[in-house]
Design a protein around this ligand. Structure first.
Ligand SMILES: C[S@@+](CC[C@H](N)C(=O)[O-])C[C@H]1O[C@@H](n2cnc3c(N)ncnc32)[C@H](O)[C@@H]1O
Length: 354
């Protein structure tokens, strides 16, 4: 078992479950990103403009000497703000599955960056002997950098190979989904992840077209639906691309797995702060914080009251103010929810004693 640590980046996190496709020896030189000509400030600021920065970190850090996790490092904006709020004793572990994000690592004794999917949160932290933490932040979705790098295929605006992988070492990409998934699977993705009502028709058209010609680029995909009226196109393609991206990165599964583990490893009185960018994510976060479930009828206690897993620290989601949206339009769909774990009896203490 080897843990190689360079520039505070953990490049090999054994042993993870076999389903962990996401880290391999191929990524042995994560700092070698020269080919992409990535340029940015030392603080990651060109990479991504952090959303709800102050509010999220204020809600997260309740113990300056505690152990914190940033599940979605990106440009490191939130991580830097967390570190500002920690004392010398505090520790911060950050995750990002995208090699590009590693270039923004922070040179600080208290900080460790782990190149791993946050769905392996518990296991990865155990590698450092950590089983309990004081706070966990997740700022979900894709970074501005991922959107803006045309060749990554996330943007509806540029022509690029159909890719959309946050983790460029995984096998599943958008091209495989569009060219190999069967009609029903495609239709389900468009319907559930893109909330596109005409999902069956879209899937049928893709399957028909690919019999004669492979759909290789974002432009190939868009051309198929050139008949969508101009005034609907932006929204339509945003929904279509979002649905494929969610499937490529298994975003909802990873989120659910992380939330369940977060509840297990948060100390009593600890904080979970999640910023989401679309209703599919927010619905999962809201339901989990309220009742510890993602779907179905919530469990009731012996008195018939719904079981609670978190104390909700705000009754409604926090959203960015007009000024933030004006300065950073990508913040406009953000919703932040904050919870503190409750014991199975509903109390704040001894969550893990029972
Ligand atoms: C919205 S950005 C986070 C930006 C960051 N808060 C900042 O201040 O720069 C989301 C980042 O999380 C990463 N990410 C998304 N889902 C992930 C997952 N399941 N595991 C690990 N990293 C993930 C993406 O690669 C991306 O870099």
């Amino acid at each position: 078992m080897t843990i190689s640590k360079k520039h505070n980046i953990i490049r090999d996190v054994p042993p993870l479950p076999p389903s962990s496709l996401f880290f391999s020896e191929e990524s042995a030189n994560p700092l070698d990103l020269g080919e992409r000509g990535l340029e940015q400030g030392a603080d990651g600021s060109f990479f991504h403009n952090p959303v709800l920065l102050k509010k999220s970190v204020e809600n997260l850090v309740v113990n300056s000497g505690g152990i914190y996790v940033d599940c979605t490092f990106g440009g490191g904006g939130h991580s830097r703000e967390i570190l500002k709020n920690l004392s010398e004793k505090g520790k911060l572990f950050a995750f990002d599955q995208d090699l590009d994000a590693l270039k923004n690592t922070i040179d600080d004794e208290r900080f460790t960056l782990i190149n791993q999917n946050f769905r392996f949160l518990e296991n990865a932290l155990l590698m450092f002997g950590i089983s309990q933490v004081d706070g966990i932040l997740a700022d979900l979705g894709v970074s501005s950098h991922q959107f803006d790098e045309a060749e990554r295929g996330f943007s509806t605006r540029s022509n690029a190979p159909l890719d959309m992988r946050m983790n460029t070492k995984q096998n599943l990409d958008a091209q495989k989904i569009i060219n190999e998934y069967d009609e029903e699977a495609l239709s389900d993705i468009f319907y559930h992840y893109g909330e596109l009502k005409e999902s069956r028709k879209l899937a049928r058209e893709i399957v028909h077209h690919r019999k004669t010609r492979k759909i290789e680029t974002t432009e190939d995909l868009k051309k198929l639906f050139g008949y969508i009226p101009q005034h609907r196109q932006n929204k339509f393609f945003a929904q279509l691309f979002q649905s494929v991206r969610i499937e490529v990165n298994q975003e909802l599964e990873a989120l659910k797995e992380m939330l369940v583990q977060a509840h297990r490893i948060l100390k009593p009185g600890g904080r979970l702060v999640v910023i989401s960018y679309h209703s599919l994510e927010d619905r999962l976060v809201k339901r989990f914080l309220k009742n510890g479930m993602f779907e179905g009828e919530p469990e009731r206690d012996i008195f018939g009251n719904y079981k609670k897993t978190f104390e909700l620290l705000q009754s409604k989601a926090t959203v960015p103010d007009d000024r933030e949206i004006e300065e950073n339009p990508r913040a406009r769909s953000a919703k932040m929810r904050v919870g503190s774990p409750l014991s199975p009896e509903g109390g704040k203490n001894g969550k893990n004693d029972v």
